[in-house]
Design a protein around this ligand. Structure first.
Ligand code: XMP
Length: 327
C-alpha cells in the first residue's frame, strides 16, 4: 500500500541496488525537492553521497545557515559549500536587463557546480574509493510530464580552468521523486527528518534575489532587499497566512526614488513592492487579499527597520497579465 514509509523503503532498496559501492553527488538549492531527494539518497547510501551547495549571494536571509547547519544536523549528510558570491556579483555588475541577468546567473551556476563536481571526481580518483557515477536530481512528476518523459544521462562538461580534468564527466541520474507530487514530497521529507523550514518552503526562483532587484544587482541592494524580505516573510508567517499564499515576492525598485519624511528629516529612498499571490500551479495567479492590519505591520516595520526604504506598495495584478515575479 501507498504509505510514506513504503515509498521510502522501496526507493532505498532501488537506490542501493543501483548504486552499489559507487559514489553519488547532489546539488542542494535549499529548496524542498533537492533537499528531500538528497535525504532519501542519504538514507540509502550514507556517506557515499556528497552534496554541493552553491552560495551565489542571491539567497534570502538565513538560507545558507538552514542548509549548512539545520539540514546537515538533522540529515547527517556530507556537504561542500561553494562560496561564489563575489564571482556572481562581479559577473552581474552593470547588468540591468532581466534576461541577461538570468543568463549570467544560470551560466555561472552551472560553471560553479561543474567545477565543484570535477574537484570531487578528481578527489575520488586520487583516493582509494570508487568513482562518482551518479547525480541526484529532485525531479517531480509534474516536471516529468512537462518535459515529455524521457530520462537519461546528464552530460556535464567540465571547464579547463583546472589542470588535468577529464573532458566530460558523465553521470547517470538518480531521480527518486519522479513519481511524486509536491505534497507527497513534503510528507516524505518530514518522515525523513528534513527541517520544517525547508520542507514547508514556498517556491523561490533559482536566480534568487537577483531578479527581485529591478536594476543593477549590487551587494548594498541585496542587503536592503534581504532585510525587507525577511520582515515580510516573518509577519506573514506570524499572521498564519503561509497556507493561503503561494508565495510573496518582495521586489526592490532600485532605480526609483521618492520623497518621504521620517523623524524631522526629508528622505529620498526606494520603494519595495509586496507581491502576495494565490495559485494552484503558478501558471495563473491572483493577488492575495491580505488583511489590512497585516499589511500595515509589514509596511511600518520595513520603513522603520530598513534604511533606504521609505515606501511599501502592494501589487494588485493577477497573472495574466502580470507574471508572479517582476523580471
Ligand atoms: P512567473 O514570474 O513566470 O513565475 O509568473 C512562475 C513561478 O516560477 C518561479 N520562477 C522561477 N523558478 N527559476 C525557478 O526555479 C526561475 O528562473 C524562475 N523564474 C520564476 C516563480 O517564483 C513562480 O513561482
Amino acid at each position: 500500500d501507498w504509505t510514506n514509509e513504503s515509498v521510502i523503503d522501496e526507493q532505498v532498496d532501488l537506490i542501493r541496488a543501483r548504486v552499489g559501492n559507487k559514489k553519488v553527488i547532489c546539488g542542494l538549492s535549499g529548496g524542498v525537492d533537492s533537499s528531500v531527494a538528497a535525504a532519501l539518497v542519504h538514507k540509502a547510501i550514507g556517506d557515499q553521497l556528497t552534496c554541493v551547495f552553491v552560495d551565489h549571494g542571491l539567497l534570502r536571509q538565513d538560507e545558507r545557515v538552514q542548509v549548512e547547519k539545520d539540514y546537515v544536523d538533522s540529515i547527517g549528510v556530507r556537504l561542500v559549500t561553494v562560496d561564489a558570491r563575489e564571482q556572481f556579483l562581479s559577473q552581474l555588475a552593470g547588468v540591468t536587463d532581466p534576461e541577461e541577468k538570468r543568463k549570467i546567473i544560470g551560466r555561472e551556476f552551472i560553471r560553479t557546480f561543474e567545477t565543484a563536481a570535477s574537484d570531487l571526481v578528481l578527489e575520488a580518483q586520487e583516493g582509494e574509493g570508487e568513482e562518482i557515477a551518479f547525480l541526484v536530481q529532485g525531479t517531480l512528476y509534474p516536471d516529468v510530464v512537462e518535459s515529455g518523459g524521457g530520462s537519461g544521462t546528464a552530460n556535464i562538461k567540465s571547464h579547463h580552468n583546472v589542470g588535468g580534468l577529464p573532458d566530460d564527466i558523465q553521470f547517470q541520474l538518480i531521480e527518486p521523486l519522479r513519481a511524486l507530487f509536491k505534497d507527497e514530497v513534503r510528507a516524505i521529507g518530514r518522515e525523513l527528518g528534513v527541517p520544517e523550514v525547508i520542507v514547508s518552503r514556498q517556491p523561490f526562483p533559482g536566480p534568487g534575489l537577483g531578479i527581485r532587484i529591478i536594476g543593477e544587482v549590487t551587494e548594498e541592494r541585496l542587503a536592503i532587499l534581504r532585510k525587507a524580505d525577511a520582515i515580510a516573510r516573518e509577519e506573514l508567517t506570524k499572521a498564519g497566512l503561509d497556507g493561503e499564499i503561494w508565495q510573496c515576492p518582495v521586489v526592490l525598485l532600485a532605480d526609483v526614488r521618492s520623497v518621504g519624511v521620517q523623524g524631522d528629516g526629508r528622505t529620498y529612498g526606494h520603494p519595495v513592492v509586496l507581491r502576495p499571490v494565490s495559485s494552484e500551479d503558478a501558471m495563473t495567479a491572483d493577488w492575495t487579499r491580505i488583511p489590512y492590519d497585516v499589511l500595515s505591520v509589514i509596511s511600518n516595520r520595513i520603513t522603520n527597520e530598513v534604511d533606504d526604504i521609505n515606501r511599501v506598495v502592494l501589487d494588485v495584478t493577477s497573472k495574466p497579465p502580470g507574471t508572479i515575479e517582476w523580471e
